[in-house]
Design a protein around this ligand. Structure first.
Ligand code: AMP
Length: 197
């Protein structure tokens, strides 16, 4: 049985960093970031990558079929059974689509949805800091102040519905992301490990 944890959080919440540190520490845990997987497709120079970059550079969500294919193949091909996916769902449409898929998948259990919560001010400071610190050639096409506000709006618009949906299923776990990295990681790690037997 594959155990799936979804990690959501505003741009700059640190969700990708937190989850990747945890996966590195534990052989039985793998981590996939939707943003990283999409950027890998862009870097491959494929036709699909060109389409994806059009959305990413504007801070817009890629279409449902692309993101669904991306996460489902990551889950199915994962080499180990505990899977952390950050950056999904980002819309009510995505939430419902995964819910439908999971109804037919007896081999995948959605264990929890972890929200890494930070205020908009903290998110903005971190994103602008990341943009200023990026090495040449490693800048992200979406780490600018203009794109930040549109990404933030895209994140917050469906958030109440997403929280309510998973809260109702008793799956929502909120972690404060406004602390030093080690503390956030320790909390998330302890939570994930509490489901390992
Ligand atoms: P991130 O690295 O999580 O900040 O994601 C970077 C960009 O990738 C987002 O602004 C979107 O353009 C795209 N993206 C990431 N996750 C998703 C998703 N679940 N659905 C649609 N687009 C996504």
């Amino acid at each position: 049985m594959k155990k799936l944890f979804l990690i959501i959080g505003a741009p700059g919440s640190g969700k990708t960093t937190d989850a990747s540190i945890i996966a590195e520490k534990h052989d039985g845990i793998v981590h996939y970031s939707t943003g990283d997987m999409l950027r890998e497709e862009v870097a491959s120079g494929s036709e699909l990558g060109l389409t994806i970059e059009d959305f990413i550079s504007k801070g817009a969500l890629v279409p449902l079929n692309i993101i669904m294919d991306t996460i489902i193949s990551a889950i199915k091909n994962s080499p180990v059974d505990t899977i952390l996916i950050d950056g999904y769902p980002r819309s009510v449409e995505q939430m419902n689509a995964l819910d439908e898929v999971l109804k037919d998948e007896s081999d995948i259990e959605l264990v929890s949805v972890i929200e890494v919560r930070v205020s908009q001010d903290v998110a903005k400071e971190r994103i602008l800091g990341r943009a200023a610190d990026a090495k040449e050639g490693e800048e992200r096409s979406d780490d600018s102040i203009e794109v930040f506000y549109s990404r933030m709006k895209i994140y917050t618009d469906p958030l109440n519905d997403i929280q309510a949906f998973y809260k109702n299923k008793n799956l929502l776990e909120v972690i404060s992301g406004e602390r030093i990295l080690e503390e956030v990681v320790a909390d998330m790690e302890a939570f994930v490990l509490s489901f390992e037997k």
